[in-house]
Design a binder for this molecule. Structure first.
Ligand code: AHM
Ligand code: MG
Length: 344
């Protein structure tokens, strides 16, 4: 009698949702408590909601500023003195609504809020802080360019005496996971929990993120740079020297002006993304906790490098929730070359 054919438990053809992927990752860690699946299901729900808002932005007339004024007449300003668009506010509220009830989250830190939202203390189960930029690159929405949500999940220190902002900025707080969702021609989630980088695409027809690529690796070098060259006269001398060299060495330039889209291209194709300090912005523009740090973790987990020009982004000790840092990230060799130009 012929034996029934056995099929392997896993093949590359299997359909894997974000949820099942997280559960299967947790199976390999006997100490896992289900914390990530709990938090990530909240992020998944929030970003699916934001994706649908972004897609319908024009239709629902949510383009314009928080005060309802048309473009060109905005003065809705957020805590960092920047224009706060209506969709920024909506995305911020959606994320807080989706994460607020997750029992293990102690605090939420958003680009849009001056103070952290403290949800519960350690005694009540709060073990994590979630950092997020609800809608990065939102000034691009009115021209239908890709925008995104960036997030980092941080395990808070065990010390019971520290709480609130002190716990969030504590030297023993460790980044446990990071990711972004790009609302582009498709909605893509890129995620790392410290075990490589995986990419999921939102399948609108079933309402689920589906794994499309595992263990993404960046090419070690690629002649693409992504920088706002209009600021060239204000860059540090080392960056200008490197740019001059790149001009003479067949590099091509790609700059969308939306960090999630620019980093996503860099992750998949290689090259380097830079937002250095300028004379008028000596600390750079991008925020450490919810822009630079999550992107740095993703890029490093994919085999790339992410530095400020004076060290790894992931080694910067945060001193303030909305701190800014210069950012240079991407293919290892490209970043190393820029670093050498900065050092000389
Ligand atoms: P935002 O958080 O206010 O949207 O600003 C961050 C964005 C990034 O997405 C992008 O890389 C950068 O600002 C672009 O800045 P610039 O217009 O100076 O090139
Ligand atoms: Mg931003």
């Amino acid at each position: 009698m012929s034996q029934p054919q056995t099929t392997p438990a896993w093949t590359d053809d299997n359909l894997m949702s974000l949820q099942s992927h997280i559960l299967s990752e947790e199976r390999h860690h006997p100490s896992a408590t289900g914390d990530f699946s709990w938090i990530l299901s909240g992020i998944s729900l929030a970003t699916k909601t934001i994706a649908s808002k972004v897609r319908r932005a024009r239709i629902e007339d949510v383009i314009g500023d928080a005060a309802g004024r048309p473009f060109g007449e905005r003065d809705g300003i957020n805590v960092q003195g920047e224009q706060q668009l209506k969709l920024d506010v909506i995305a911020n509220e959606v994320i807080k609504a989706c994460l607020g009830s997750r029992a293990n989250i102690a605090a939420l830190v958003s680009e849009e809020d001056q103070e952290p939202t403290i949800l519960r203390n350690r005694e009540s189960g709060g073990r994590y802080a979630v950092f997020f930029d609800p809608l990065d690159g939102s000034s691009n929405i009115d021209v239908s360019v890709g925008v995104g949500t960036i997030f980092g999940i941080v395990r808070l220190p065990d010390e019971r005496r520290v709480s609130g902002t002190e716990a969030i900025l504590h030297e023993k707080a460790t980044v446990a996971a990071a990711g972004y969702v790009l609302y582009g021609s498709s909605t893509v989630m890129v995620l790392t929990t410290g075990n490589g980088v995986d990419m999921f695409v939102l399948d609108q027809s079933i309402g689920a993120y589906v794994l499309v690529k595992s263990k993404i690796k960046l090419p070690d070098s690629r002649r693409i740079y992504s920088i706002n060259e209009a600021y060239a006269s204000r860059f540090p001398a080392g960056v200008s020297r490197w740019l001059q060299w790149a001009h003479e060495n067949d590099y091509t330039s790609r700059y969308i002006g939306s960090m999630v889209a620019d980093v996503h291209r860099t992750l998949l194709k290689g090259g380097v993304f830079l937002y250095p300090q300028t004379n008028d912005r000596p600390e750079g523009k991008l925020r450490l906790l919810y822009e630079a740090m999550p992107m740095a973790m993703i890029i490093e987990q994919a085999g790339g490098a992410a530095v400020t020009g004076s060290g790894r982004i992931l080694d910067v000790a945060p001193e303030a929730l909305h701190q800014r840092v210069p950012v240079i990230l991407g293919s290892k060799e490209e970043v190393a070359h820029i670093q050498r130009c900065l050092d000389n």
